[in-house]
Design a protein around this ligand. Sequence first.
Ligand code: ADP
Ligand code: GLC
Length: 512
Amino acid sequence: MKVLAVTSEIYPLVKTGGLADVAGALPIALAREAVRVRTLVPGYPAVLGALEKTRPLHAYEDLQGGPARLLEARAGKLELFVIDAPHLYRREGNPYVDSEGKDWDDNALRFGALAKVGAEIASGLVQGYQPKLVHAHDWQAGLAPAYLRGGPATVITVHNLAFQGLFSSTLADALELPPEIMTLEGVEFHGRIGFLKAGLYFADAITTVSPTYAAEICTPEGGMGLDGLLRARARVLTGICNGIDTNVWSPRKDPHITARFAVEELDLKAANKAALREKLQLAARPDAPLFGVISRLTEQKGIDLIAAVLPDLAKRGVQFAMLGSGDPSLEDKLREAASRHRGSIALFVGYDEALAHMIQAGSDALLVPSRFEPCGLTQLAALRYGTLPIVSRVGGLADTVIDANEAALAAGVATGFQFTPVSEASFRRTLDRALTLWQNKKTWRRLQQNAMRSRVGWGPAAKLYASLFRAVTRRVADRRAGAGTQAAKGASARRAAPRESASTIGQKTSTT
Ligand code: ADP
Ligand code: GLC
């Protein structure tokens, strides 16, 4: 089965977060399920620089304000379509924001073009290539199902409902969105154009990246204004937990770490801990517990909760290795704690793939106190490196970590620690619980072994995506056949999301 994926990031070419990891790993895992994915990505400099075997397929005289070319290319195992549109994508750095951190003011056109080209490929633009299904990722690809009304089947995956791609409705003409879909039952969201909303409305199926998040986004508390639409579409909404690339995250083969280790060799973690301490100038205290953090520094990730507990824990002898960047005020809070507790708290502000691996390998526990977390990938890597995740019980964190409660300890299945509600008090209680358990070396070791044996690869998820893609393709084909018969009676040939009623859609307060 041929699938066209549409995404704005893909590891290892361009990455700001987990979306890139998923877009890069899922095609390779799906190949084992006889699903052949080709991925359409924007031609940022980092993408163009990494391409092999490039072949031009189509020339645009004017794609949103300038000439462009559609290329076919490979990058390692990835099969790609790339839009080389210098006026839209040839900008260094982060794909979404300028060097001052401000959104590019033509993002609607940049990602509208991505979705439009995706829809055109799916409609036969490239001779000899006809996908059965289009898989759109997040708001950046959200308009693809809207453009494609009537074409191949479409699935949209929500990686984070907080990013919705909301733009002024005055852009409707430039985006070639016809008036009949610029309505509540379509692209419009509270008077604006909602890229993600459009995808959620028009796609034949919706997935998100964990079962718990799938349930959370159907509630007013977790739905960020889109819960009405999501409840109306609940029958086509599925949660599938992400995996991680177990070749990239492998304690046995990791080129970035000092001592490679297997589950029977957990003692070797001490050498990685020593190397991490040295790298980050933490005091040489082999017996002190060391907690890691690898995160975007944002409100979502509960970084303020970490900032709140740092001083106390540092005084109690805990060391911290933190890596991340994001909100300047959160960066400042962590920086201040690090400068007050030199030797105990280390912070590296920035993006550093090798250091992320060193932290996973050298820490005793990894802190992920997110307020919401669609899936989360760092806790999965932590499990694999015998670094016990201490996580809030939300979204994918709830689905992937087994809390060391009495029952799980008795059954010998615990892999980490969960806390709820997401508050400083309950975070502190759980950190205390972890520190108490840390004293009991035998039990801690047992948890590490359980963690390392957890299934965190892409295998199970790829099977679920493959069967979902096949089922959606069949359902859409059947519906088309049915609609064809009904057309004679004057029914419309196709409404992409025919089951919702207008009254349930997009009625909640807007959140960007
Ligand atoms: P999100 O996508 O919400 O940021 P995820 O946990 O899904 O969160 O994915 C984050 C990914 O980015 C992981 O692969 C993690 O290792 C990586 N990462 C996050 N921050 C950094 C950083 N500062 N340096 C290197 N890798 C990072
Ligand atoms: C988003 C989410 C994160 C998820 C990632 C990949 O960035 O915040 O929880 O793991 O996408 O799906």
